[in-house]
Design a protein around this ligand. Sequence first.
Ligand SMILES: [Zn+2]
Length: 270
Amino acid sequence: MHCASIRCSTRQSIRTPRLWARRAKDYLIIDKHFGGTAHFSPVEGGIFLDLKRIYAGDSVHRPYQNLFHETAHMLDQLLGGAMPYSYQQMFGTSIRNEGRRLLEQEKASIRNQRVSRLDEIQSYFNKHGRWKKTDLVWMKDNGLLKDLYANSVEGYGPDANMRWHIEQLKNSIEISDDEAMRNIAKHIRAESKPTDRNVDDILQAALGDDYPRSVGHGDGYFSSFQHVCGEPWAEIMDAQLANPKAYELIEQYFPKSVTIFNTMVKEVLA
Ligand SMILES: [Zn+2]
């Protein structure tokens, strides 16, 4: 059934707390003065954290938020039994696909910006019969001038060579994964405070360890598909429960995966 997104998200804002609260009596904190990184241990069947630090918040979490994160991991295990409930092909695949789609979109957007800049440079030359110095500097700064001499066509003057070079460039601009990932991370840093960047962890799950995250996990953690499902589960849940800004960003970058998460919550409540 279709419904207006505001009504849907209002319903969701009731469903997730209801699911979380349903198992609240089962959340077991094994060590509440834990000095290391807060975590849920499936083997020991409980949570290790520093409650005082969690209540106060820290440089990358709002107050209370991490309590919801770790209990979300424990809830995931309680709901699933042998395997975490979030460990579902459709969910993890959606996380990866949406990450890939973001990367391709970002590459296309950088490429388009670069092509239109080169169009401007060309039309300035066509109009004035000379190159603007700031344009040449921009080309040099973006590494677009480095092949000019290697590619120059013999017998033609520098202007003709330059025009030919720009034409070649427009057809052959390649944006690397690294540059696109750096740009995505830059947008997120511009849009949010360090405490509200759950989405960075999900981007690491989706895109791999080269994503220049400001919060996330150690290298190699997301080589496990179970973690590709389990971390987004906990990130989405703690954001829905304790950090509206973080949730807004996740919805913006991973809308389909959020819909799948919401459906998973709904199904397990039914
Ligand atoms: Zn986690």
